[in-house]
Design a protein around this ligand. Structure first.
Ligand code: ADP
Ligand code: MG
Length: 558
């Protein structure tokens, strides 16, 4: 017979486990939420596979999650009849953390347990949270459609082992050997309380099994998104978000609606309050799960939500798609396209409401996700451009907080025809630019564009905003002459006039000699009204690449 294979955990996992095991985590009851969440995912996955291979669930067609305790042995088991795992999947899933962005996360762990527990709270440790309450964990699992079962065992220190095993039926049984101080989780009433708190929304029954008899179902066991809003509490939504979004933070925004009419669907969507670690990771999956008539189909449906809304999490459940829809079909499916349109509009509308009703909260959102939302301005978001333009925010030379394009336009000077901006590496760099001086002197507001993406969408905005073109003040065309200076600050309006004392001939001679001295290093030398204190600044020619973009590209090449 085959022997036991022992392997060491991936270094990141070991580091996590050390913190998990030693943390005096006041909310350690969440281990049960994590295990039930995984069990429900496993049931969802198998229900989907069984659509095309019904033989996978023959003889045991209804899904359930069962809790049982053995008080003498001090064990709690969490069993599901979901998809199960192969030997290779056991190693991949319970020996490493496959999630992208993990390395960056683990690097942030300091070894200072207080700080690290906070970080882990944000990250979520999933399965490994079992070691908060157990000093030994066994995972007995059999993949649906296979005969061979496998047993994974670990005490959560350094290594784990996997060996062949026997198991009647498909699915996974997780046995927790509870620590001495975790005896509370042997009590039915305690388990019931935890399940009601965290897992009420799980669409499969979670039952407590006693003495061979099928015990009572502890949760509501119906899909949360199909329930009416009035029956759902804030906490229900929050726990659903954590389960469906594999998230550890709180939702910043919750939107739940049912669309009736030409196309019917339920949507329960969330915007996170914290920026996920992998937001800019290329292989990051979409986090909106697609269901068809309550059956989970995929969490990676291309085209369901545009990539510039990839921070949105939750569930869309369509009534008008066939259950046997394939991933390839989804991409070009007109129902998916209509739902996507409607959902996108709705989310942008909700963001706008929030921006108008609570500017401070919106600023938090903007800090986390603004750069992603702006991708819609040059990508496939053409039909949503107007909505997106009402949502973008900037730092500016005139205000401390965030500024919208509408704010800017409302403050434009007499004679000002363009929206002026400066692209720079940072807000500080923008504020210190000599090109800004003349604008500030005249009280003309300049928007700071500090996200790399700004360079791209601004150039694509040919029609401008509200009929006004966006102009970079580090390019040739930004001309201040037509704008009246700010009289309010009492400064005389002299900067825009040709100074009578200035000898035009001497200026021309100066320009010529500077040109001669600089030679090929510059394209041209000219006088400007955009400077106030500095004698000279660099600008890009009208038709050329803006300076900040050039700087970025140069950095990239190195
Ligand atoms: P996450 O659920 O966010 O992926 P977890 O640490 O909770 O992270 O789980 C890691 C992986 O282990 C899951 O993605 C899944 O593939 C696998 N897994 C965990 N529990 C089960 C289970 N009960 N049945 C099948 N697979 C499971
Ligand atoms: Mg999980």
């Amino acid at each position: 017979s085959q022997s036991v294979e022992t392997r060491t955990f991936q270094a990141e996992v070991s580091k996590l486990l050390k913190i998990v095991a030693n943390a005096l985590y006041s909310e350690r009851e969440v281990f049960l939420r994590e295990l039930i969440s995984n069990a429900a995912d496993a049931c969802d996955k198998l229900r989907f596979l069984a659509l095309s291979k019904p033989e996978l669930t023959v003889g045991d067609p209804s899904f359930a999650i069962r809790l049982a305790v053995d008080k003498d042995a001090g064990t709690l088991t969490v069993a599901d009849n979901g998809v199960g795992m192969t030997e290779a999947e056991l190693h991949d899933n319970l020996g490493t953390i496959a999630r992208s962005g993990t390395a960056a996360f683990v690097e942030e762990l300091s070894g200072d347990s207080k700080r690290d527990v906070g970080l882990i709270g944000q990250f979520g440790v999933g399965f490994y949270s079992a070691f908060m309450v157990a000093d030994k964990v066994e995972v007995l699992t059999r993949k649906a459609g296979e005969d061979q079962a496998w047993l994974w065992t670990s005490d959560g220190i350094g290594e784990y082992s996997v060996e062949p095993a026997e198991k009647a039926g498909r699915g996974t049984v997780i046995t927790l050997h509870l620590k001495d101080d975790a005896g509370e989780f042997l009590e039915k009433s305690r388990l019931q309380q935890v399940v009601r708190t965290y897992s009420d929304h799980i669409p499969f029954p979670v039952t407590f099994v006693e003495a061979d008899a099928e015990g009572e179902t502890l949760n509501k066991a119906s899909a949360l998104w199909t329930r009416s809003k009035s029956e759902i509490s804030e906490d229900d939504y929050k726990e659903f978000y954590r389960h469906a979004g594999h998230a550890a933070d709180e939702p910043w925004l919750t939107v739940h609606w049912k669309a009736e009419g030409r196309i019917e669907y339920h949507a329960l969507l969330f915007v996170p309050s914290q920026r996920p670690f992998d937001l800019f990771h290329p292989e990051r999956r979409h986090h909106v799960k697609l269901y068809v008539k309550r059956v989970f189909i995929t969490d990676d449906a291309e085209g369901l939500v545009p990539s510039w809304l990839r921070f949105v999490k939750g569930v869309i459940d369509c009534e008008d798609l066939p259950l046997n829809v394939s991933r390839e079909m989804l991409q070009r499916n007109p129902v998916v396209a209509s739902v996507s349109q409607a959902v996108t509009k709705r989310i942008l509308g909700e963001l706008k409401k929030k921006a108008e009703s609570d500017a401070d909260a919106y600023a938090e959102f903007w800090k986390s996700f603004g750069a992603v939302l702006k991708e819609g301005l040059y990508g496939d978001g053409l039909e949503h451009r107007e909505a997106l333009l009402s949502l973008v925010r900037f730092r500016s030379s005139a205000r401390d907080g965030l500024v919208s394009l509408a704010d800017y336009v409302a403050r434009m000077k007499d004679g000002q025809e363009a929206i002026y901006y400066i692209a720079a590496e940072s807000e500080q760099a923008a504020a210190a630019s000599p090109q800004l001086e003349g604008f500030q002197k005249k009280g003309v507001e300049v928007l700071y564009m500090t996200d790399p993406i700004d360079e791209f969408w601004v150039q694509m905005l040919f029609e401008g905003y509200d009929g006004k073109p966006l102009k970079s003040i580090t390019r040739g065309g930004a001309d201040l002459k037509s704008i009246k200076a700010d009289q309010a600050d009492g400064e005389p309006d002299d900067a825009s006039k040709d100074e009578p004392g200035a000898d035009q001939g001497a200026v021309a001679a100066l320009v010529a000699s500077v040109k001669l001295a600089l030679g090929d290093a510059v394209k041209d030398v000219r006088t400007t009204d955009r400077l106030a204190d500095s004698p000279v600044c660099l600008i890009a020619d009208e038709g050329d690449m803006d300076m900040n973009l050039e700087r970025m590209l140069r950095q990239h090449k190195q």
